[in-house]
Design a protein around this ligand. Structure first.
Ligand code: NAD
Length: 420
């Protein structure tokens, strides 16, 4: 811990270091720095669960609302055993910057429950989701804070949340969560939006740095909601995806993995491990593999001071939130490795979540083509904003993206003024 009570390592330390550098670049005073560094509202709840065998276990749950200056708070809900308040604080702050960068009218939030979903039946996960939703219901709502899926949660989790919140208020409220099943007011294209966005940004970054997809190779860490379709979209764009990993293992093929067949293998067995037509790889080696594009799409803090000097990719596309530690970021910058930051690379998800919320308000569903076209349009605009700012100010893409976002949030805050 530092004197201010903030951790020295971990996602919150990384997020606060990025903010401090941005505040310095923008020349803001200490009062504004504190406003931006501090969450507006934090809720910690107990989530008691009656297990299928009738025993009771109590989990910790969190919802952090970092900022509301530009609109209601928005951010995912994570189920993972190592979730803690500082991690959720960091993820909520990154959501504020992400929403501002891609210019959707939201602040940032994040939620989590410290539970390992793989150790629980579906019925138990339903009970945990409903109890957590009920506990945080006073501070969520379509005009207040709108959760979405993240690690360990999915569209079924969102359906349970919407149902629980609707039961509590006495009528159906589709706009309280996004990432719902399409039949319940979910948006077409939402399930693949984060991956589609990451692949789209990868194409823009490769073109800007003189790389051709057909002559390029990639490695993707994580084969969940983001990594799996990111690997598929990259492969469909002509990139040779040499390696992917998940929490249980990693697979490698110099000639390129068949992502569709790999997906079928994962549906059958639950993991990429053991996929025929590929060699087993030590998952730790994926980060430093000899590929052109590295897509960390699993968890935070995987590109670190220990491996950053050995990263061989020319471009890192941050599908996950916070995969690069602040120490690794400095090493990659020194080595001219291009890092496309999370708040841009994985923003496709929140953009289409915004479209889903708009559709809920309109009570009208858009076509998948309309969703995908509007997604690419917004991401392309944000990409150009970032590369122009980076080149005008001599900054990395992360520093430029954060500066654009922080400036927008600060402008909204100043226009609204400080109450009272
Ligand atoms: P998920 O739970 O669907 O998938 C996570 C994947 O990562 C799984 O394949 C899991 O096995 C793997 N994994 C976990 N720990 C790992 C490790 N140490 N090494 C390798 N693989 C590991 O989660 P997701 O929704 O795909 O989210 C992944 C990342 O993307 C997170 O950082 C999340 O915050 C971020 N993100 C998700 C979305 C979204 O729309 N789902 C949007 C923006 C950002």
């Amino acid at each position: 811990m530092t004197r201010s009570g903030h951790p020295k390592q971990g996602p919150l330390a990384d997020a606060l270091a990025q903010l401090a550098a941005t505040v310095e670049h923008l020349g803001y005073d200490e009062g504004m720095h504190q406003m931006l560094a501090t969450a507006r509202r934090e809720m910690q709840v107990s989530v008691p669960l009656r297990r299928d065998d009738d025993s009771v276990v109590v989990y910790s749950g969190y919802r952090v609302q970092h900022n509301f200056s530009r609109g209601p708070a928005k951010g995912g809900l994570r189920f993972a055993s190592n979730v803690d308040l500082d991690e959720i604080r960091a993820l909520a702050m990154w959501m504020t910057w992400k929403c501002a960068l891609v210019d959707v009218p939201y602040g940032g939030a994040k939620g989590g429950v410290a539970i390992e979903p793989r150790d629980h039946s579906n019925r138990e996960l339903e009970r945990v989701t409903r109890r957590y939703t009920s506990e945080i219901s006073p501070i969520i709502g379509p005009e207040v804070d709108i959760p979405a899926p993240d690690i360990g949660t999915n569209e079924q989790t969102m359906a349970w949340m919407m149902d629980t919140y609707s039961a509590l208020v006495g009528h159906t409220v589709q706009g309280v969560v996004t990432g719902k099943p399409v039949g319940l007011g979910g948006s077409r294209g939402r399930a693949t939006a984060t991956s589609r966005g990451a692949a789209h940004i990868a194409m823009l970054a490769m073109a800007a740095h003189g790389m051709q997809p057909e002559k390029s190779t990639a490695a993707v860490q994580g084969f969940g909601k983001v990594g799996r379709d990111a690997a598929r979209f990259l492969s469909q764009s002509g990139v040779t995806v040499r390696a992917v990993s998940d929490v249980d293992g990693a697979v490698y093929s110099a000639a390129g993995l068949d992502i569709i067949h790999l997906g079928a293998h994962v549906d059958r067995t639950g993991s990429v491990a053991g996929f025929e037509g590929a060699e087993a790889l030590d998952p730790a080696d994926l980060i430093t593999l000899d590929v052109d594009v590295l897509v960390p799409a699993a968890v935070e803090g995987v590109v670190t001071a220990d491996n950053a000097a050995n990263v061989r990719a020319r471009i890192v596309i941050e599908g996950a939130n916070g995969p690069t530690t602040k120490e690794a970021d400095a090493i990659l910058m020194e080595r001219d490795v291009v890092v496309v930051p999370d708040i841009l690379a994985n923003a496709g998800g929140v953009i289409v979540s915004y479209f889903e919320w708009v559709q809920a308000h309109q009570a009208y569903q858009w076509s998948e083509r309309e969703v995908n076209d509007r997604l690419e349009e917004r991401l392309t605009a944000a990409w150009h904003d970032v590369i122009q700012y980076a080149s005008a100010h001599g900054l990395t893409y992360r520093a430029a993206a954060t500066a654009i976002a922080v400036r927008r949030v600060t402008e909204a805050h100043r226009q609204r003024g400080l109450y009272p």
